[in-house]
Design a protein around this ligand. Structure first.
Ligand code: TTP
Ligand code: MN
Ligand code: MN
Ligand code: MN
Length: 384
């Protein structure tokens, strides 16, 4: 591993991977107020505007103390806070509210689009299309898609087909998302996340011994409750592990389905797909985005849980863990930092140098940060 000069961490840095950001920040209510406006831009398809709000929120998340009247002049030293954001913050400091956010909250179109967007498989584009058809509530959506609420629709399972993005496939996903919406809206406490991981690894050991996993996603950033479980898996043998994990994803999902654990597969992809830059590299990652019926082997009423299973060769395991730990903004800026400042390409499936495509194989998470010329940021401070 080559060590380049390291940039120091600072809440004034332009890249969020250089700004330690806690899960709950001193200005949390300000963040939540601005987030309403950000969500509205997202739902209306105004992606550039949404990204400016995301960046502003991310900068505020890293600010080390409660913003009061006295701090306002200080904010001019922070990146991504333009005139508009500055006056919004000023308004919030004075009144405890931002009028535009309150107007958005009361807007019935915003309420409908927000509700539609909570459904797995429905994004802003589809939400707006459904709204244009005259649909307003989730109950109306259920009627439109002929979904019986609560019914599990397990026959709609699309197990082990490589995912396509056809209209029919999208509709199938939305139907599952609607049918399971009550279960999937319940967040998952940490002990249950851990138990799902243990169960998955127990089942995996019947197919391949010597595998190991890290629970990534919001759980790793310290969230007390998660919307899903993200498990990154590899084989512990640095030399031979790459061959041993190849093809494991499908085998595991098949087994979990036979055990009655996996009921739906929203997406599954093998190692051969995409990524022009890395044709000589076997992975892009094998992954399956699934639904579990949980708990296992229990007479208790079972609930549906979203579980993402990601397989990586040992050489790219820690890259994958960093890539799946998030937050989304932290990931975005890791990629940007690598590209703009280091002439490198970073994504969950690998790190490479642009000019000669040299690949990096970090052995630890700290090595991932080291090759990127970054100070290690603890997972719980990646909530950018
Ligand atoms: P999510 O599971 O969508 O989000 P989260 O774990 O941060 O929060 P929660 O589940 O509680 O809502 O994504 C986890 C990380 O995985 C995210 O930081 C980005 C990464 N990711 C990818 O790299 N590719 C993908 O296709 C998805 C969906 C996520
Ligand atoms: Mn959605
Ligand atoms: Mn997650
Ligand atoms: Mn996930």
């Amino acid at each position: 591993i080559e060590v380049t000069e390291v940039e120091l961490l600072s809440h004034k840095a332009r890249y969020s991977c250089l700004r330690p950001s806690p899960l709950v920040c001193p200005n949390q209510s300000l963040v939540e107020e601005i987030n309403i406006i950000r969500r509205s831009r997202h739902l209306e398809g105004e992606e550039r505007s949404m990204l400016s709000y995301s960046r502003a929120i991310s900068v505020i998340k890293a600010y080390p103390r409660i913003i009061t009247q006295r701090d306002l002049h200080d904010l001019h030293e922070l990146p991504f806070l333009g005139e508009k954001l500055y006056s919004m913050i000023q308004e919030f400091v004075k009144t405890g509210r931002i009028a535009e956010a309150q107007t958005i909250l009361a807007d019935s179109r915003f309420q409908s689009l927000s509700a539609f967007d909570t459904i797995y498989g429905i994004g802003p584009h589809t939400a707006r299309r459904l709204y244009d058809l005259g649909l307003r509530t989730l109950e109306e959506l259920e009627q439109y898609y002929e979904v019986i609420p609560g019914a599990s629709n397990e026959e709609t399972i699309s197990l082990l087909e490589e995912s396509t993005n056809t209209e029919a496939a999208v509709e199938k996903t939305i139907k599952i998302g609607l049918a399971l919406r009550h279960d999937l809206s319940h967040t998952i406490p940490r002990p249950e996340v851990e138990e799902i991981n243990r169960t998955v690894m127990q089942e995996l050991s019947h197919i391949q011994k010597g595998c190991k996993s890290v629970i990534a996603g919001g759980y790793r950033r310290g969230k007390p409750q998660s919307n899903d479980v993200d498990i990154v898996i590899t084989h512990a043998d640095w030399e031979l592990g790459s061959q041993k994990v190849k093809g494991l994803c499908k085998k595991l999902v098949q087994r979990l389905h036979e055990q009655g654990l996996v009921t739906h597969v929203m997406h599954i992809s093998g190692f051969h797909e995409h990524n022009a830059l890395r044709t000589h590299h076997w992975d892009s990652l094998e992954k399956a985005l699934t639904v579990f019926a949980w708990p296992h082997n229990s007479s208790w009423p079972r609930v549906y849980r979203r579980v993402d299973l990601i397989f990586a060769a040992p050489e790219v395991f820690w890259t994958a863990v960093v890539g799946w730990t998030g937050s989304t903004m932290f990931e975005r800026d890791l990629r940007l930092w690598a590209k703009q400042q280091k002439g490198m390409k970073f994504d969950s499936s690998g790190i490479s140098r642009r000019h000669d495509s040299k690949l990096y194989y970090p052995r630890t998470e700290r090595d991932v940060f080291k090759v990127l010329g970054l100070v290690h940021v603890h997972p719980t401070m990646r909530n950018a």
